[in-house]
Design a binder for this molecule. Sequence first.
Ligand code: FES
Ligand code: FES
Length: 177
Amino acid sequence: MTTSVDRPQTDAERTVSVTVNGVPREATVPVRRVLSDLLRDDLGLTGTHVGCAHGVCGSCTVMVDGDPVRSCLVLAVQVQGASVTTVEGLAREDERGGQVLHPVQEAFRECHALQCGYCTPGFLVTIAAGLEARDAAEEISEEEVDELVGGNLCRCTGYANIKKAVRHAAATMRDGQ
Ligand code: FES
Ligand code: FES
């Protein structure tokens, strides 16, 4: 099913069609609208947080065709035809229609890897993308863990528990193979 935001299209606007969390979506937006605003304001997916709006903090990270990107730095028109995954799309449905958390979400809960949670969606998406891109059978190294969390900022938890959660999620993904 395609859901659309029905607005007249002017010269300074474009209609963007994009698959978000597996659902085809469409919105007519100003050509300068950034992806984070498209997701939050036009499509109502407020799980993606905007911290700095300058590409520094990583809280706005989403996956575009599987790669983590800072949605505050990407124009909405640039994702035309792409597949976007936000934090709302990390959990999957089980056979009874219930939600099964992504191993990274489960690990954050287990390891107390968040406090206020503002940075959390960005960390979850960044780490999920990184772990999904690597060979799960390989033991994760401390260098890999540092690299996975090093581009995102958290002002309250501290990184020890976030790194613990990365190791925990990597182990879950290895054992779940
Ligand atoms: S809000 Fe995008 S990197 Fe900070
Ligand atoms: S948990 Fe508060 S900013 Fe990271």
